[in-house]
Ligand binder design. Structure first.
Ligand code: TRP
Ligand code: ZN
Length: 889
């Protein structure tokens, strides 16, 4: 910031708006440098406001005001006040019409917020507070208005003119221009407004709703991408059907449109009836798109579609309620993905993300409650905590209430609050009212930040045949509250007890225990106190406890399993999550040994039990192949870092690598035969079966490539050359690029060159090529990244390119980013300073790895802090970057 610090906004200061806007009539006369926006607003004083003489204060940024008229009479400059952030009219009637004309410059808008140009098209992004860059307005989610939008543009350049709702009028104008008028019958906050104009092609389809209405479905793309829309369209139809069947939600408008744009800060946006997507989250075809992206497209299309109810029909009162729509909608899209694919695999993937990334966020300087009490810049709060932890909380409600009561709660919520802007507390109240359960204590999940620790101990009394489990919870200090001030959470813990022959029947001794029995081998214990014990009777043998089945709560569980117990769980635990996690815990123990040896300069021979476990997994034909592939992967460097007291980047990298290489050596035969058995000539489909098969095959390949033998190099080359899909092509390329063998150098360069020549016209494919190189863990990573930034395919104004190169390097290449002299940190700070002047949201997000400085050794801490301080001292910092830098120093 230049001089004054940005101000902090508090949830506790919330007041209802002093004015309401019943209708909003917009006209856009599109022009790249000077678009004229005319708005006609029907305004009245809010009967619920207790300030009957309050001035009208409209938000506005980067606007050139042309005129303001009240009930048709132009206001003179003395009748209003104008500054960089608002337009204030001190005295107004109780009901009136305000007409405002502003000029905006979409071409110069590199923040990608408001109205901007992406390549040849105009598009908008208004969430959270971007509408104020379009015109003066009450830009807050509790002001709901009926929008009518007329878009005027050149007929040749912009044959397609779109906005929310239904097209109600269109026609030709002078000077080769034309117009389309759109009307959205559903009142909405300004953040859901959208406009698109361009020379776009369209894929059309239809959907018949449960009540028999026909909905027109359209996906708009540039002509070159017309062949990449089928998967998104199928995903959309599946989402629409699923939301009817599982949540009883029918689509409301007669048309649903999706537009793909290249320059976009996030994944996608749920604008009413006109979702706008980052091309990376909607386009897909086998030759260019990996399996992971096929699944991502399906999930994001669903997520944005589901917002039509959880977000649009029922919206947020203020931005402190962001998780009301995001947590609930992520829960809904995760359930959808679980139903469309393997439920266990989906769950493991979600938990992995949560434990690696969200736990790290919750333990860092930006840690915040799911309902934050304050913020400077709301864009900084589109976090893993709001989205993923928010979804876990909704999931816990689902566990506590059961599927049926949960559905009744959701129905009541939508029915009670349709057309309203509400709070997280309203959501909980609907769940309570429908189920009769008291969620008072449970609500602490929304107000207390930090990941709870859950220590579990046990005792078996053979004489009494009783088994006791004791749980102790605590929550670390976070910026808003110290550990000692935190109150116990209400935690659902799903458990089972394993005996030699499988699950033991569970019977709790005594009374007064809040547990809900699903069957007699699976129990949900409800923890509500700091320390709590449960005694099971009739336990005939010393059991191994299976704890937190399905990851029933977002906590860090601590129970001292022996390696043999972990082996038993990986072999025979029923719950897929616990079974996978047991393998992870075993591997963590082994890698920790390897790290100790690395630091002592000793050789380390891998614990044979881990090799045996992997060997058993490879030959277990009863396992789903996607599960086999997951279970064969060692915990990531990021997860190992999250578990460490102090992150030792080198030890983590080299220890993990050494364990991987030894496993590859010892199980070479099994990896080779599994690889061969899963090579298929079938034509590509993104089906669960095929995805599972490819992922298992490629896990085997990555192990075999660690051997660096001529055989394995040949295997990778053959796979690249014969690949019929991007999953196989890019997996082999990544394995080759990371191969240390000297024989690989020439082969790599040749393969990278050939890939570029083949795909240079496909931006999204080139992004993968950039990422593969940016994340290569071999020495001299920083040089490689700096060279990539000089490559013609790089463009610092395009967020996808920035994420593929700078983001990939700083977040996915620890060994190079954390190089000893701090050059990686300086590089990142340089990029942030450049980017902040163009796109503050992207600059701010990119900062994350530097904010984690407290987790590293003292010398590294100093180097990281120096760069943060440098960023903080740079002139005209955005609010976004200022908030993150100042909170993390
Ligand atoms: N509401 C969007 C979603 O989760 C998030 C989003 C898209 C967003 N674009 C944004 C948030 C720009 C902030 C800024 O689906
Ligand atoms: Zn969302």
């Amino acid at each position: 910031m230049n001089d004054l610090q940005p101000k902090t906004i508090f949830l506790s200061d919330y007041e209802v708006p002093d004015f309401l806007i019943d209708s909003t009539d917009l006209t856009f006369d599109l022009n790249a440098e000077a678009t004229l926006v005319t708005s006609v607003l029907s305004i009245r004083r809010n009967p619920d406001s207790n300030k009957p003489t309050a001035p009208l204060i409209l938000n506005g940024q980067e606007l050139k005001l042309q005129s303001v008229a009240l009930d048709g009479t132009a206001l003179s400059a003395q009748q209003y006040e104008l500054d960089d952030e608002q337009l204030v009219i001190a005295s107004t009637p109780d009901t009136f019409q305000l007409t405002i004309e502003v000029l905006i410059n979409p071409q110069a808008n590199t923040s990608l917020e408001g109205l901007y140009k992406s390549r040849t098209m105009f598009c908008t992004q208004c969430e959270a507070e971007g509408f104020r860059k379009i015109t003066y307005y009450l830009d807050r989610p509790d002001v709901l208005s009926e929008f009518t939008t007329t878009v005027i543009g050149d007929k040749t350049e912009f044959p397609v003119l779109l906005s929310n709702g239904n097209a109600i009028n269109q026609g030709d104008l002078a000077d080769n221009k034309h117009f389309v008028t759109w009307h959205d019958p559903f009142r909405k906050p300004a953040y859901l407004f959208a406009l698109v104009a361009g020379d776009l092609d369209v894929v059309n389809d239809t959907f018949k709703t449960c009540s028999g209405r026909d909905i027109a479905l359209q996906i708009f793309v540039e002509t070159k991408d017309l062949d990449k829309c089928d998967h998104a369209m199928n995903s959309l139809k599946k989402s629409m059907r699923w939301d009817e069947e599982v949540f009883g939600r029918e689509y409301d408008l007669d048309i649903f449109m999706i537009v793909a744009v290249d320059d976009f800060n996030m994944g996608a946006m749920e604008n009413k009836g006109l979702n706008i997507f980052n091309t990376s989250c909607v386009l897909a075809k086998p030759e260019t798109t990996t399996d992971a992206t096929f699944q991502r497209v399906e999930a994001i299309v669903a997520h944005e579609y589901f917002h039509n109810w959880s977000g649009n029909r029922v919206t947020c009162r203020d931005w402190f309620q962001l998780s009301l729509k995001e947590g609930f909608t992520v829960f809904r899209d995760s359930e959808f993905s679980a139903d469309m694919n393997s439920r266990t695999v989906s769950r493991v993937e979600n938990v992995s993300l949560l434990r690696t990334m969200q736990f790290a966020e919750d333990g860092g300087p930006m840690s915040h409650p799911v309902q934050p009490p304050s913020f400077m810049e709301i864009s900084n709060f589109y976090t893993l905590t709001i989205y993923e932890k928010g979804a876990e909380i909704v999931g816990m409600i689902h566990t506590l209430l059961g599927a049926e009561k949960f559905r009744q709660g959701s129905d009541l919520y939508f029915e009670r609050h349709d057309g309203q802007a509400v709070t997280i507390q309203d959501f909980i109240a609907a769940m309570e009212d429908a189920s009769g359960r008291d969620l008072t204590q449970f609500k602490r999940w929304y107000s207390q930040a930090g990941t709870p620790n859950l220590k579990v101990s046990d005792h078996y009394n053979a004489d009494a045949q009783e088994y006791e489990l004791t749980f102790e919870q605590s929550c670390p200090s976070t910026p808003e509250a110290s550990s000692s001030d935190k109150k116990p959470f209400h935690i659902p813990v799903a458990i089972g007890l394993l005996g030699d022959a499988g699950n033991l029947p569970l019977q709790i001794k005594g009374s007064g225990v809040n547990s809900e029995t699903e069957d007699n081998t699976n129990l949900v214990l409800e923890l509500t106190e700091t320390k709590q014990s449960f005694v099971f009777s009739d336990v005939k043998e010393q059991p191994v406890p299976a704890l937190l089945r399905g990851f029933s709560a977002p906590v860090k569980l601590h129970y001292e399993y022996t390696r043999d117990e972990l082996m038993q769980l990986t072999r025979s635990e029923d719950d897929g999550f616990c079974r996978w996690d047991a393998g992870q815990q075993l591997a963590v123990q082994v890698i920790n040994d390897a790290m100790d040896a690395y630091r002592a300069g000793d050789e380390y021979e891998v614990d044979q039990r881990l090799v045996d476990a992997y060997s058993a997994i490879l030959s277990d034909q009863s396992l789903d192949k996607a599960m086999t592939a997951l279970m064969l992967q060692l915990p990531s460097e990021a997860y190992l870092s999250e578990l460490a007291d102090q992150i030792d980047v080198d030890a983590i990298h080299y220890a993990r690598q050494s364990v991987r290489r030894q496993i590859a050596n010892k199980l070479k035969g099994a990896f080779t035969s599994t690889y061969k058995a899963n090579t298929s000539a079938a034509s590509y489909s993104p089906s669960a079966e095929q995805i599972a098969q490819r992922s298992l095959k490629n896990v085997c390949l990555s192990y075999l490539m660690l051997l660096g033998s001529d055989d394995s190099l040949e295997l990778a080359q053959d796979q690249i050359n014969s690949a019929t899909n991007m999953t196989d092509e890019i997996s082999a390329l990544a394995a080759l690029v990371n191969c240390e063998a000297s024989g690989a150098i020439a082969i790599k360069d040749q393969a990278l060159g050939a890939y570029y020549n083949k795909w240079q016209d496909e931006a999204l494919v080139i992004n993968q090529w950039l990422s593969v190189q940016a994340t290569c863990s071999l020495p001299n990573g920083l040089d490689r990244v700096q060279r990539l930034m000089q490559h013609p395919s790089f463009d610092i104004k395009n967020p996808n390119k920035v994420r593929s190169v700078i983001g990939a390097f700083c977040n996915g290449n620890a060994i190079n980013f954390h190089c000893e002299d701090g050059a990686g940190y300086k590089f990142l700070a340089d990029q942030i300073i450049v980017l902040d002047a163009m796109n503050p949201q992207i600059a701010s997000r990119l900062l994350t790895p530097l904010t984690k400085w407290r987790r590293y050794a003292p010398e590294q801490q100093e180097l990281m802090k120096t760069q943060l301080a440098r960023i903080k001292a740079s002139s005209s910092l955005s609010k976004d970057v200022y908030e993150v830098v100042s909170k993390s120093l």
